[in-house]
Design a protein around this ligand. Structure first.
Ligand SMILES: [Zn+2]
Length: 107
């Protein structure tokens, strides 16, 4: 997860940012990332950078699975789950493991 933060800080640097007001990250509920830990890492990593004093905002991405039997997508909060329609196990994970930069607000 530090790499996502570093990536954000790199981008800010490349953009010649004097000040980073906000970093928005998209975090999938299945990514295994603990938001509090991310917040903590952000404070440590942003120390002495243009992002110091900036805000880290986390967008939670729900887990979505595709059921090939029903031809539909369904949401779940666990990796091992079943289709609410046909009750077949899991299906194909379509989203929920994201850990990526959504946007950057800089000066
Ligand atoms: Zn199904």
């Amino acid at each position: 997860m530090q790499s996502a933060l570093n990536q954000a800080l790199d981008q800010a640097r490349q953009a010649g940012a004097v000040r980073v007001h906000e970093i928005r990250l998209r975090i999938g509920v299945l990514s295994g990332v603990v938001p509090e830990a991310l917040q903590f890492a952000f404070e440590a990593l942003s120390d002495g950078t243009p992002a110091e004093g900036g805000r880290l905002t986390i967008e939670h991405v729900p887990a979505r699975f595709w059921c090939a039997t029903c031809n539909r997508e369904f949401e779940a909060i666990r990796l091992f789950t079943e289709c609410p329609e046909c009750h077949n196990p899991s299906g194909e994970l379509r989203s929920g493991r994201e850990l990526e930069l959504a946007s950057l607000e800089v000066d």
